[in-house]
Design a protein around this ligand. Sequence first.
Ligand code: 6PG
Length: 243
Amino acid sequence: MKEQKEVSIFNSISELADYIGRILIENLSTKGEGQYLSLALSGGSTPEQIFKYLSIHYKELVNWNKIKFFWVDERCVPPGDKESNYKMTCESLFENLNISKDNIYRIYGEADPKSESKRYSNILSKNVAPENNFPRFDVVLLGLGEDGHTASIFPDKLDLFETQEFCMVAVHPESGQKRITLTGKVINNAKNVLFIITGNNKAKIAAEVIEKKNKILPASFIHPVKGSLKWLLDSEAAKFLSE
Ligand code: 6PG
């Protein structure tokens, strides 16, 4: 199945979040008794408002206990650190929902990065159904950095789209901060990849990536092998799109 690319522009964060809520409901409806939806979350600031909205308005509409939560990437910091994607997710999404701890697969940011990338790869092997020898997530939420990175795959590390590893240690090119990240093949093996892009500061990079003006940015290498790729933007982030 060829990648189907779809760009949706929303007038507000809540409309964008509603769309994600509906995607979760739609995918959950395909899961039978004892089956779970595997969801990989990105961090950073973009998802925060969306998670807060979903935790309030979709508390009863989404069967949250049929979802297994994973992360696309994590900063190598303790879970209580303000930089932690896990902390942000707990405060904006989990706090308002009583999700079983058994369904939350945290990346141990406090652990030795190399050993954690291996541990988390094993977690994925055991808890995310594979296809073509790679974990196949039902839904992956991605953000877009102003430099065109996604997950923690930065412009100087495009080899993370070639590796056979499921997770690798990455280094933020400016801060030097270590990260654990899913690799390109895992992301591209997903059924549904959703890019969430909001704010004026993302308008330039969004147009460059979506309209393929710059083909060597990490986000330009996101092409689900057998899945859908949806670009979800608010009107500010979409302002330079030509179509
Ligand atoms: C992270 C993310 C990263 C993020 C982009 C956009 O850990 O930071 O996973 O890939 O999605 O950097 O970040 P903002 O949402 O903060 O702009």
